[in-house]
Design a protein around this ligand. Structure first.
Ligand code: HEC
Length: 126
């Protein structure tokens, strides 16, 4: 009887270590650094991922000598400011209460939105 209990205990321990241990790496970004659509969501940084999106979609209006609405998207510090005050996410994700950006153009692609949102969540890594 004692022996059987011990066997049950071992099985329970093995079972638990598999189920609990299995959860540890169940993070999408860890398991699939590039998702099926080829979107790179691992280590999204300003230099590698965010600059190209801003250059292609935003800096034309939010750069130069007279940036629209006094908002600049063409340098790290100003972009970090609008990341922190919520207006970057609000505008590109078309949240109510914000002007949808990029203005008068289609919404950014899914991958670009994913990267911007991750970048904001991770406190704007350079
Ligand atoms: C064609 C010019 C143009 C482009 C391109 C553009 N913007 Fe704007 N943006 C504006 C103007 C003008 C405003 C002032 C609000 C308005 O007129 O809608 C503005 C406002 C904003 C605001 C403030 C929104 C609010 O409601 O507080 C943010 C943030 C912003 N833009 C970010 C961006 C980002 C990020 C991009 C690129 C994805 C972008 N903009 C592309 C012209 C542009």
């Amino acid at each position: 009887m004692k022996k059987r209990l011990r066997v049950v205990f071992y099985f329970a321990a093995i079972f638990l270590s598999f189920t609990l241990g299995g959860c540890y790496y169940d993070k999408e970004e860890v398991l699939y650094p590039k998702s099926a659509d080829g979107c790179d969501t691992l280590d999204v940084t300003y230099t590698d991922n965010i600059i190209p999106i801003m250059v292609n979609n935003c800096n034309g209006c939010h750069g130069g000598s007279f940036p629209e609405a006094g908002i600049r998207t063409d340098n790290y510090n100003d972009l970090k400011d609008i990341a922190e005050n919520g207006s970057l996410a609000g505008s590109v994700n078309y949240e109510s209460g914000y002007s949808p950006m990029p203005k008068d153009k289609p919404q950014l692609q899914d991958c670009e939105l994913k990267q911007i949102n991750l970048w904001i969540e991770n406190s704007s890594p350079q």
